[in-house]
Design a protein around this ligand. Sequence first.
Ligand SMILES: NC(=O)C1=CN([C@@H]2O[C@H](COP(=O)(O)OP(=O)(O)OC[C@H]3O[C@@H](n4cnc5c(N)ncnc54)[C@H](O)[C@@H]3O)[C@@H](O)[C@H]2O)C=CC1
Ligand SMILES: O=C(CO)COP(=O)(O)O
Length: 328
Amino acid sequence: SVLAANGLEVTMWTRGEEQAAEINNQHRNSRFLPGAELSPRIQATTNMGEAVQGASAVLIVAPSSAMRSVVNQLKSYYTPDMLIIHATKGFETESLKRMSTVISEELECEEGHIVVLSGPSHAEEVVKRCPTTVVVASLDKAAADAAQALFMNAYFRVYTNRDMLGVELAGAFKNIIALGAGMSDGLDFGDNAKAALLTRGLAEITRIGVEMGANPLTFSGLAGIGDLVVTATSQHSRNWRAGSMLGQGQKLEDVLNSMGMVVEGIRTTKAAYFISQKYGVQMPIADQLYHVLFQDREPRDAVEALMGRDPKTEMEVMKLETWEQWHS
Ligand SMILES: NC(=O)C1=CN([C@@H]2O[C@H](COP(=O)(O)OP(=O)(O)OC[C@H]3O[C@@H](n4cnc5c(N)ncnc54)[C@H](O)[C@@H]3O)[C@@H](O)[C@H]2O)C=CC1
Ligand SMILES: O=C(CO)COP(=O)(O)O
């Protein structure tokens, strides 16, 4: 919608014939964005070649679980002059790879060629042209600048960042904390608990992010604290809503069936559980959520376990134990 508002011709690829027909004829996408009026500049097709061939830019927003297969389907239409942007927030759970790695492997291109778009941006509000800010990150400055120029307009402000790793990690990991915040709200634990989850959640995201090679400042930016706040507090967030239902005692399977849309935080919690072990970095909130989601731990017991951890210093972020060390 943003690209169409900027005067570009947009062709969406979708798997459903009915959905494509609805977008083309009624300019609506009633299942995924009910109530929104789409621009006639947006056309849809179920034919990948029609959507991608000859395009100057390709925006990939498949759920993380489908990323490899979707990119594989577009591979034969890819040319190196296409600007490749993705806005997917998650990992390939089996390999623990980031989305840019999966895309570059499938397209056989440099990771630096890819741009990630992330930040606090619920589609429901963007389509209504509510003021929104995001970040585009790439190892290639020219690619990030090109993506910024494509998307930027009066209601959609785009910043650039060179820390693609940090932006991808922040966008993926925040969904775990949003699930936890929803769970806390579902348990009626109040505002103190939610503020604690966001704050300590950001600490653990930063800790693992820095260990993996990201710039700590990225986590104070739009992809970090910005997206964490919106996802953990917005009525639009699927992760928050799923967490809230779990906190109220519903079963994971029932929650997912009732959502009908992707809840990335579930798979990302599994990935984070293994990533934290791989890097030897503690992610206590993600760890407890893993037990709740996949090992039947009661949400209340998870909170008790978090509150009962050994006493810590607040400065134990980035494996720096004291303020003095941070300055040294
Ligand atoms: N909805 C939002 O406001 C935002 C979503 N994102 C991210 O975008 C990604 C996609 O999320 P949404 O579009 O919101 O999810 P969604 O659940 O609303 O839509 C997912 C789309 O992918 C399609 N799909 C599902 N499995 C597929 C497969 N195996 N192959 C091809 N297509 C498949 C579905 O048919 C549907 O059209 C996620 O990583 C999410 O975190 C990022 C920013 C904002
Ligand atoms: O990442 C998002 C907004 O920036 C979307 O969050 P949800 O997937 O929780 O709806």
